[in-house]
Design a protein. Structure first.
Ligand code: HAM
Length: 433
């Protein structure tokens, strides 16, 4: 038997409705905040993600799926959405028509990580990117959108952790201070951090290995090195969150694993001990140089992405079901060849009119077909054999009331409609025009 690759999973029919519901909630929220969908390729030229030789983020150094295509081009399966969206923004000159582009995306991402619960090699992200404004208010809007999603999913106990990495001036001053400080403890640092000390000292603060050591806890804090402009900006973000009554915790060790951030960075953590390190369900921040690094005009940006598997795990863990049980309008039990043919015809007419219908295609016994009507959660069961067909009649059972009647086969559609109390089965029926 051929099995799925490590770190991937199948979404089976029973789970796919939860995914569809999550996607539906996400789309509604994006509409409320006026973010428009963008769809970019799941693979990009490697340069989109591997822009900077000095980039030391794990994702860039060891977690991407990189390969050469048959024409020897460097290709990378996207490990995140931001860089691809930024590439598309630049390539399609989205800045020409709109000074601010508010975009969202959902789809698979790929990272070569050690798989565990909530951490996969193929996973899905929902993300938003607001490009073109440096306003602190749009940082707050992005966080508010994330909080609305959490609320809509019924998740409680989610903490917003936030920090500011300041502007370039503040960061370079702070980096200097950090290098001086951690150099004194060089021998106590893990191998990765020794490397970070040279290449990207900020990322030392992110280290899971060293973080419990005393010297680590006593390290200088970035907030003390922000220049006035960066401080004022951060305060504005926090004030806006306060004004929307959104709770947060300032975490001065929060630097985030991607190297493009400046100013606001944040993570949303759900308090589920079973999730371990995978309790960060969403994260993001401001990036003001990414667009110009990709060859576009100087354009500030801010965004956030959620791991959709983690959102679903957290909702399941909270005992919530997003999707209602699947049900259909009508199950047809047609006994005999001619009746089956007629059932197929009536079902198709009903479906075009917006009623969901099913029948048994296996010539099962009457008993087994009743069971299937039940399993399909059919509101109505329509039963007829060849005798009834001669008179164009059928029995129709309302499974909600147990009421049973004999009606004309020509009446089935209108009968169900009248019981559903709707003028037309589904005004939203996708195939009805
Ligand atoms: P990130 O923190 O790398 O940020 O990923 C965002 C979220 O994706 C994480 O918080 C987590 O929920 C989920 N995630 C990441 N890796 C995995 C994995 N291996 N398995 C399952 N879920 C995972 C970004 O990707 C940035 N692009 C976010 C952003 C958007 N910043 C600005 N705009």
């Amino acid at each position: 038997m051929i099995t799925k690759p490590k770190g991937t999973y199948d979404v089976l029919p029973l789970e796919s409705k939860e995914w569809q519901k999550l996607e539906e909630v996400i789309r509604k929220i994006c509409k409320l905040y006026n973010y428009k969908e963008i769809r970019t390729p799941i693979f990009e030229s490697s340069d989109v993600f591997h822009r900077d030789q000095n980039d030391t983020s794990d994702m860039v150094t060891k977690e991407t799926y990189d390969f050469k295509d048959r024409s020897d081009r460097g290709i990378t399966l996207r490990p995140e959405g931001t860089a691809g969206v930024a590439r598309a923004f630049v390539e399609n000159k989205l800045y020409v028509d709109n000074p601010v582009s508010k975009l969202f995306y959902m789809g698979p991402m790929f990272r070569y990580e050690r798989p565990q619960k909530g951490r996969n090699r193929q996973f899905s992200q929902f993300g938003v990117e607001a490009l073109g404004s440096d306003s602190a208010y749009i940082d707050a809007e992005v966080i508010a959108l994330g909080a609305s999603l959490i609320r809509a999913l019924g998740l409680k106990d989610v903490t917003v952790k936030i920090n500011s990495l300041g502007d370039e001036e503040s960061r370079s001053k702070y980096k200097e201070v950090l290098v001086n400080y951690f150099s004194k403890y060089q021998d106590c640092l893990c191998e990765d951090c020794k490397n970070r000390l040279v290449k990207n000292p900020l990322r030392i603060l992110d280290c899971k290995v060293d973080r419990n050591q005393e010297f680590f806890k006593a390290a200088p804090k970035i907030n003390d090195y922000l220049n006035q402009e960066s401080k004022d900006r951060f305060k504005k973000v926090l004030d806006s969150l306060d004004s929307m009554d959104l709770k947060y915790v300032i975490d001065d060790n929060l630097v985030r694993g991607l190297d493009y951030y400046c100013h606001t960075v944040f993570e949303l953590e759900v308090n589920v001990p079973e999730f371990g390190a995978q309790n960060v369900i969403g994260a993001g921040g401001r990036y003001n140089k990414l667009i110009s690094d990709l060859g576009g005009p100087q354009t500030p940006g801010v965004g956030m992405a959620f791991g959709m598997e983690r959102l679903l795990l957290a909702t399941n863990f909270a005992g919530k079901k997003l999707a209602k049980d699947d049900s259909i309008h009508a199950y047809f039990i047609a006994l005999g060849e001619k009746a089956e043919k007629e059932a197929l015809k009536i079902m198709n007419a009903c479906r075009i009119g917006g009623l969901s219908c099913e029948m048994d295609y296996l010539n099962g016994s009457l008993k087994s077909q009743f069971k299937k009507a039940d399993k399909n959660n059919a509101r109505f069961t329509i039963i007829f054999g060849e005798n009834e067909l001669e008179e164009m009649k059928c029995n129709i059972k309302d499974n909600e009331t147990d009421n049973q009647e004999t009606i004309s086969l020509l009446e089935v559609y209108n009968y169900i409609l009248s019981k559903l109390n709707k003028a037309s089965a589904c005004n939203t029926c996708p195939i009805k025009n």
